[in-house]
Write a protein that binds this ligand. Structure first.
Ligand SMILES: Nc1ncnc2c1ncn2[C@@H]1O[C@H](COP(=O)(O)OP(=O)(O)OP(=O)(O)O)[C@@H](O)[C@H]1O
Length: 450
């Protein structure tokens, strides 16, 4: 199992996070790979799945990965995984103790999936990140079962009870915390039936009588459930895919495509303003994702740099569609979550009398994110939220461009189009994608932020 690539993949991973060493693996693991290192912070970085497979125990520390808990014949095909026709090499049988009574361990399932990834990237080095990672197996309509830490602590060899239901059952395991938003925590997770790396956003369910009277908790859970249903059929390379959700007495879990890397917001914090071509490439991708969302009749409603995830390959994915705004609307504006997005908000949205939201309001937000990529800091950098609301609503002002930032004529035209007060003058995402500012040199490829 030790791969000579380990050092190499971890060099990439190390570029993303500062690493320190960690705990020892379980004693009965068949081969002990050299100890990977990890970040000292409470949050795990978001390395590519290829790297995570190399040191699973580091990201799923609470699980016994060698315990046979997965049906050996489950999950070998997935309805949505774009798998090219590559002949599989003859399968090496896993050691007997890892395949007890027709069951496989999580490690074996993960290794089989990693094998698939390796085969695919050998066959076509560009295919994996562009096609397959996006097409994680959808879980809608299937039974979902978390393999919990409690089950992992059951006596070794004792199988986890199977679900009595017919149809596909997907087992999944929760790994490290990778992010925290207003409405819940985001964890790395593994679809233990297919071996795919996924992300799970979890929100605690209202449990006690006082929880159930707490309109915040109830509204959040209802809005997240409705949102997941609305978004389940979306499928585009520039938007984060919703894979399914599970409701237990403790948590609402929303399963998402796992996006390794970071967000535009974090990259700006880390690297400062972007190279012009990076800005153009990211803007085109954001517009492509938005054009698709809008064509499906869905406005984003809370677009900002932190909601655009960026893979290390430079692929951008829009996340967190409209949830904050819907919760805010449902509560009559009582919650404060939207304050975090005021800086990217269009004037027509801040008008509390009209509360008008339009697909074009997302275009204003695109203008603000582009400005942020040009400048390196958030729009309205000197103003607090209330001052921004006033300037937008009373004075019809767009966010200013700092004096030391010089925009080309085309860039300035792009900015004015996005930030036009008159909705008629603000183009659609399809129209903006054609803007000459976005044209990249023909041989340009993303190689980093500078
Ligand atoms: N699909 C995903 N893959 C990988 N990481 C993710 C994914 N979704 C979210 N994250 C990480 O989790 C963090 C929290 O995400 P979440 O969507 O809950 O909140 P947010 O968008 O950051 O904030 P808010 O909900 O307050 O607007 C993100 O900043 C990101 O780092």
């Amino acid at each position: 199992m030790y791969s000579p690539k380990l050092g190499q993949t971890h060099r990439n991973f190390a570029a993303l996070a500062t690493l320190t060493s960690t705990s020892s693996p379980a004693s009965h693991r068949p081969v002990t790979p050299p100890k990977p290192q990890r970040r000292s912070s409470a949050w795990a970085p978001r390395p590519p799945p290829e790297d995570i497979y190399e040191c699973l125990e580091e990201f799923f520390p609470e699980h016994d990965l060698d315990k046979p808990v997965i049906e050996a014949n489950s999950g070998e095909t997935s309805p949505t995984t774009a798998e090219p026709a590559i002949p599989a090499p003859p399968e090496a049988a896993p050691p007997e103790k890892l395949r007890i009574r027709g069951k496989k361990s999580i490690r074996i399932v993960a290794e089989e999936h990693k094998e698939l990834i390796d085969r695919m990237s050998r066959a076509d080095p560009t295919s994996y990140s562009n096609a397959v990672r996006k097409r994680s197996t959808k879980l809608w309509g299937s039974k979902l079962e978390e393999v919990t830490t409690a089950q992992a602590k059951m006596q070794s060899g004792q199988p986890v009870p199977e679900s009595p239901s017919a149809g596909t059952t997907f087992k999944w395991v929760r790994g490290d915390l990778i992010g925290r938003g207003t409405y819940g925590r985001v964890y790395l997770a593994l679809n233990a039936t297919t071996g795919e790396m996924i992300a799970v956003k979890q929100v605690a369910m209202p449990r006690t009588a006082s929880d159930k009277n707490d309109s915040w908790q109830v509204t959040v859970v209802q809005a997240l459930k409705m949102e997941s249903e609305t978004l389940k059929d979306l499928d585009h390379p520039n938007i984060v895919q919703y894979l399914g959700f599970e409701e237990t007495p403790d948590n609402l879990s929303i399963f998402l495509e796992y996006v390794p890397g970071s967000s535009i917001g974090s990259c700006l914090l880390k690297y400062g303003k972007f190279d012009e071509n990076v800005t153009k490439s990211f803007t085109s991708q954001i517009l492509a994702g938005l054009e698709y969302l809008h064509s499906e009749g869905i406005p984003h409603r809370a677009l900002k740099a932190d909601n655009i995830l960026v893979e290390m390959s430079g692929v951008c994915k829009i996340s967190d569609f409209g949830i904050s705004k819907k919760i805010d609307d449902a509560s009559g504006g009582a919650f404060t979550a939207m304050q975090g997005t005021v800086f990217w908000m269009a004037p027509e949205v801040t008008n509390t009398q009209k509360k008008e939201y339009n697909f074009k309001s997302d275009i204003w937000s695109v203008g603000c994110v582009v400005l942020e990529m040009w400048v390196g800091i958030r729009p309205w950098m000197r103003d607090e939220a209330q001052a921004v609301m006033f300037k937008l609503y009373q004075s019809n002002l767009p966010p200013p461009v700092p004096e030391d930032v010089v925009l080309s004529e085309l860039a300035d035209d792009f900015r004015w189009k996005c930030l036009a007060n008159n909705l008629e003058e603000r183009p659609t995402s399809a129209e903006l994608r054609m803007h000459p500012y976005l044209v990249l040199p023909p041989d340009w490829v993303f190689t980093g932020f500078k």
